[in-house]
Design a protein around this ligand. Sequence first.
Ligand code: AVJ
Length: 354
Amino acid sequence: MLQLDENKTAIEVADPDRENFELAQEAPRHEQARRTTDALWLRNRQAIAALWNGREALVAGLNAPQAAIPSKYFYDSLGSQLFDAITRLPEYYLTRSEAAIFSRHAGDIARAVGAGRTLIDLGAGNCAKAASLFGALKPAQYVAVDVSADYLEIALARLRQQYPGIGMTGLGMDMSEGLALPASVPDGGRLFFYPGSSIGNFTPEDAAGFLSDLRRQCQRQGGLLIGVDLIKEKALLDAAYDDALGVTAAFNLNALNNVNSVLGSNFDVRDWRHCGFFNQTMSRAEMHVETRLAVDVQWPGGARHFEAGERIHTENSYKYGVGEFGELLRQSGFRNFKAWTDQRNWFALFYAAG
Ligand code: AVJ
């Protein structure tokens, strides 16, 4: 899960020397501390870079004729908890369908993947999904990648005790800035793990670019285990992105609060309503926030007027056919792949070998 860290506003105002000073105070005393400090350093460096890129991209999105907010702004700490709640909603079948595939095909998946790999978890969050596969996949090493390095280290500390035989590393990095793995991650036997249909947030073109990047990082015996949500009846998808309890609405609208804290803007969430639906023509679920009345939104250095009923596009979540996604993998340079689905054929898990 991509997660923006809450103290990014502190990074925004801090000068680089003060950042260094704060890092220096966490002087490494042993290996574990060094890893944590590396991760923190990387996290801070990238957070600073991402903040500047991010701020510009955010303002450009707000000013665009069709306004947009990048989907990563969902995931402040409240947003991440709301997403967790979404995964437990009756309408949001994705997480349960993927879990059903893992339990239904555990043996097959483990055989296809093979033991002793370096499992690289892209968007690890609390690491729970990957940890549930340790028993079946028997990785030699676990590398958890997430924007929130602090959160990661807490989860990894627990896992290290539970699985002393698996080497574990946490990397705090924003994958939307590219996927540069440090030299400490072995280049053979990599198993990239990208579950949950997060690939759906990329346009198919950008997905092909991202998959090609991963393919290039899969040298000797490398592979990719990836979850993909499949095209299905519109009513099911509409409900999954606009649930009865309004949790998805809260998740979507919370992006405005997060933007307020990042940018210093003055969105009033009460002025906006949630829109979530499946766009069949584009084969994607879309989320927007729509203003209930004409509003003026200001932030330091800028402002925008929105007419009543005007929308800000907050997310695309592309849906694929099994054959279609297989083709995307092939175009990205993966030579062979296997796919497993749940009994209803709603979700697919692909293993693509480099
Ligand atoms: C985490 C990107 C896979 O697209 O289904 C959940 C995010 N958006 N409800 C998805 C999300 C609305 C989710 N991904």
